[in-house]
Design a protein around this ligand. Structure first.
Ligand SMILES: Nc1nc2c(ncn2[C@@H]2O[C@H](COP(=O)(O)OP(=O)(O)OP(=O)(O)O)[C@@H](O)[C@H]2O)c(=O)[nH]1
Ligand SMILES: [Mg+2]
Length: 261
C-alpha cells in the first residue's frame, strides 16, 4: 500500500495550448489517487498563445489549480524557481506540460520513497533513443559531463520527473535561470546529504506543440551558467551538518521553513 501524502505538482509552461489541458486532467487523476491533498502550480512563462487562458479556466473550476504568470519569458530555471517557491505541500513533483510520462507513476515513486527512505526520486527514460540520434548523444554527453564534474553518476539529469520532499527545496538555493536548473537541483541536494534514488520510466516524446528547449541558445546558456555556478555546485556540506541519516516515514515531514535556511 502507498501511504498518502500531500503533493504539489509544478508544471513550467510556455505556449502549450495543445497539451496543457490534457496534461492537467491526467495529472489530477493521479493526484486524487495517490495524495490526500494536492495543488497544481502552473508557471506560465509569458506564453503568447491561448495556454494561460485555458489554465485560468481550469483554475476557476478547480481551486487546487494555481497559475503563476511571468510578465517576461525567464526560461525553464526561472519558471521552476517560481513554482518551487510557491509549493506548499509535503512532496513536490516536477512534470513538463507535454506529458513526457504517465502521471500515474507518482504512486510508484511515492512507494520508492517509502521503501528506500530517499528524499528525492528522479526518473530516467528507459529508452531515449526515440528522440533521435542528436538529442540522445547530447543527453549522454551532458549526463557524463555533470557526472565527471561533480563526482557521481546520474542517469538522466534533464528528464522532468523529480519527486522530492519539500524540505530539499527549502534547504538549497537554486540560481539557474535556464535548463541547468535540473543539474543544480540534483547536485546541491546530493551535496547537502539528501538521499536520491532513480526509477526507470516509459518516456513519451512530444507529439503536439513546439519544442523550445533543445536549441543551441539553450545549450549555450547551460554552459554559461555552469561556469558561473560551478564553485557553489562543488561545495559539500560537512557530513555532521547533513540532514537525516536514517529513513523516515513520509508523514514525518517538518513544518514549512522559510527558503534557504
Ligand atoms: N518556463 C519556461 N518553460 C518552457 C520554455 N520553453 C519550454 N518550456 C516548458 O518546459 C517544458 C519542457 O519543454 P520542451 O519544449 O518539452 O523541452 P524538451 O522536453 O527538452 O523537448 P521536446 O519534448 O522535444 O519538446 C515544457 O513544460 C514547456 O512548456 C520557456 O521558455 N520557459
Ligand atoms: Mg518535452
Amino acid at each position: 500500500m502507498v501511504r498518502k501524502s500531500s503533493v504539489s505538482l509544478v508544471i513550467p509552461m510556455y505556449n502549450e495550448e495543445l497539451n496543457i489541458e490534457h496534461a492537467v486532467t491526467t495529472a489530477v487523476e493521479a493526484l486524487q489517487k495517490y495524495s490526500d491533498d494536492y495543488e497544481i502550480i502552473i508557471v506560465d512563462d509569458a506564453s503568447t498563445d491561448d495556454s494561460p487562458r485555458l489554465v485560468a479556466r481550469m483554475a476557476a473550476e478547480n481551486p487546487s489549480i494555481l497559475m503563476i504568470r511571468h510578465e517576461k519569458n525567464r526560461k525553464l530555471g526561472g519558471a521552476l524557481k517560481s513554482g518551487y517557491a510557491a509549493a506548499s505541500k509535503d512532496l513536490v513533483l516536477y512534470m513538463d506540460a507535454d506529458l513526457p510520462f504517465d502521471p500515474d507513476v507518482l504512486g510508484r515513486a511515492i512507494r520508492a520513497m517509502e521503501v528506500t527512505g530517499a528524499d528525492l526520486i528522479a526518473g530516467y527514460r528507459l529508452d531515449r533513443t526515440i528522440e533521435g540520434l542528436r538529442r540522445t548523444i547530447y543527453s549522454y554527453v551532458y549526463n557524463a559531463v555533470i557526472g565527471v564534474l561533480f563526482g557521481w553518476p546520474h542517469r538522466d539529469i534533464n528528464f522532468s520527473f523529480k519527486l522530492m520532499r519539500r524540505e530539499v527545496l527549502e534547504a538549497i538555493d537554486l540560481k539557474s535561470e535556464g535548463s541547468l536548473i535540473d543539474a543544480e537541483l540534483i547536485v546541491k541536494a546530493k551535496n547537502r546529504g539528501f538521499a536520491i534514488q532513480q526509477i526507470g520510466l516509459d518516456y513519451f516524446p512530444r507529439i503536439r506543440g513546439t519544442s523550445h528547449l533543445s536549441s543551441p541558445s539553450v545549450i549555450l546558456k547551460i554552459f554559461r551558467e555552469l561556469v558561473k555556478l560551478y564553485p557553489e555546485m562543488r561545495k559539500k556540506i560537512p557530513r555532521d551538518q547533513r540532514p537525516l541519516a536514517r529513513p523516515r516515514p513520509l508523514d514525518k515531514v517538518p513544518e514549512r521553513r522559510s527558503a534557504n535556511q
